[in-house]
Design a protein around this ligand. Structure first.
Ligand code: GDP
Ligand code: IMO
Ligand code: MG
Length: 437
């Protein structure tokens, strides 16, 4: 069954959007399975740049089915803006939203900010998109689903209860003012509901029919392994299962249907938000990678923290996701340095740490131990494009040595190598949608 999951192996922003867009040319169905407007997936297609927060990264190809899974939390206003932008660009994708996906409402935004402030040093530096409070309501069975948003009487009755409760929490617990009345929210969100209702469809039925007719399905992850609510660096991650298991629960596809799990690996580390990043660079090398790569958050514009590649987290990502292949990105960005480093393991005091600690206080105490590599030359945009056309063997030898070392260390083969933001800047070593020989 040709079902492939594309998942982030680090702290997000690995280039999942680019990789999903690349694979989507050969897929029939693309499904986003977690997160919401906290995600920012950038795609460069025919020289045009698109930044998506909700819509699956298959939307740029005509004829694909793009599903937004039950594992997502949807900000109707932002989603409509994305759809409008696509329409303005002359793109009219086939999109369906799961009726089981949850809705982010105005009180979630306020609570996101208020909770972060109260958490002090344990604040994750969220995107302030109401993600945590919305998933919290879902788990508490207090949430409002898309199916309810588009049903005016169900929405009114749930909103009535929730508005009273949230207002008391915001004003009583956090001492803040919540200026939005129930009527105001009802009227604004029923308007969004009217515009979105045509997109809310039985995605379970669509998936079932795609599976039985052996359609090629891509499951698009958001965020990354170290941001997963269970497997990430708690409490500095997000509030959903971003890992491959989340692809099953967040779409309604059973694990036995999944063929391939491709881990997207940026060849260095980046992180927006707080929490320990053992390989973080605070020197001119980190600054130069940030500047060269334009490493600023797609969603919030915040500068991304930069570090060397960390094999401890990558081995862990291979394990928790069951990775079958690696898609390397940003080989071009990391070029032009004399020497590179890769963290092979951590030490805590004199002790070697054998696996990624569960506790952030433990991780904070870990010191990275590095292996040095020779760097490779920057070939310039044309040079990288020419490499992509000629194939893997045309990559500079030190770049191949670096990638092959990482692949061997994590025990997962290389499927793709990305040398630039465009579709054409990509070398394919294994095509997930080609039949196995
Ligand atoms: P995502 O959240 O994982 O989809 O990643 P983002 O879109 O937030 O950030 C990745 C950025 O890197 C985007 O601006 C992409 O266009 C860009 N990108 C992806 N792959 C490559 C690559 O191989 N080289 C370069 N230079 N840029 C890349
Ligand atoms: P994509 O899909 C990078 C980070 C935030 C914060 C933490 C929790 O583009 O890779 P949240 O708003 O989810 O409650 O924030 O997670 N974060 C991301 N970092 N890329 C993302 O998505 C992220 N989504 C959330 O910075 O530290
Ligand atoms: Mg991103």
């Amino acid at each position: 069954m040709p079902v492939t999951v594309v998942v982030g192996t680090q702290w997000g922003d690995e280039g999942k959007g680019k990789i999903v867009d690349f694979y989507a040319s050969r897929a029939d169905v693309v499904i986003r399975y977690c997160g919401g407007a906290n995600a920012g997936h950038t795609i460069v297609s025919k020289g045009r740049k698109f930044k998506f927060h909700h819509v699956p990264s298959g939307v740029l190809y005509p004829g694909k089915i793009n599903l937004m899974g039950n594992g997502m939390v949807i900000d109707p206003k932002k989603l409509l803006e994305e759809i409008d932008q696509l329409h303005a660009a002359g793109i009219h994708p086939n999109i369906a939203i799961s009726p089981r996906a949850h809705v982010v409402l105005p009180y979630h935004f306020v609570l996101d900010g208020a909770e972060e402030e109260k958490k002090g040093s344990l604040a994750a530096g969220t995107t302030k998109r109401g993600i945590g409070p919305c998933y919290a309501d879902k788990a508490a069975r207090f949430g409002i689903r898309m199916s309810e948003l588009i049903d005016p009487s169900a929405f009114r009755s749930k909103l009535h209860t929730m508005h009273q409760i949230k207002m008391r929490i915001i004003e009583g617990v956090y001492g803040m003012r919540f200026s939005r009345s129930e009527d105001e929210i009802y009227s604004e969100y029923t308007d969004y509901a009217r515009r979105l209702s045509g997109y809310v469809k039985d995605t379970s039925e669509i998936i079932s029919s795609a599976l039985s007719s052996k359609k090629k399905i891509l499951l698009e992850g958001a965020q990354g392994t170290m941001l997963d609510i269970d497997h990430g660096m708690y409490p500095f991650g997000t509030s959903s299962n971003t890992t491959a298991g989340g692809a099953c629960t967040g779409s309604g596809i059973g694990p036995t249907a999944i063929d391939e799990v491709v881990g997207v690996v940026k060849v260095y580390t980046s992180r927006v938000g707080t929490g320990p990043v053992p390989t973080e660079l605070f020197d001119s090398i980190g600054n130069s990678i940030r500047d060269k790569g334009g490493e600023y958050g797609t969603t919030t514009g915040r500068p991304r923290r930069i570090g060397w590649l960390d094999l401890m987290t990558l081995r862990y990502a291979a394990q928790v996701n069951g990775l079958t292949g690696l898609a390397f990105t940003r080989v071009d960005t990391l070029s032009g340095l004399d020497k590179l480093k890769v963290c092979t393991h951590y030490v805590c005091g004199a002790k070697k740490v054998s696996s990624t600690p569960a506790s952030h206080t433990e991780l904070q105490k870990c010191r990275p131990v590095y292996k040095e590599f020779a760097g490779w030359k920057d070939l310039g945009d044309e040079g990288w494009l020419s490499c992509a056309k000629k194939g893997y063997k045309s990559l500079p030898a030190p770049a191949r040595a670096y990638l092959e070392y990482i692949s061997k260390e994590v025990g997962v083969p290389i499927y793709l190598v990305s040398l630039g933001p465009g579709r054409e800047d990509t070398i394919v070593l294994k095509d997930v949608f080609r039949k196995k020989s």
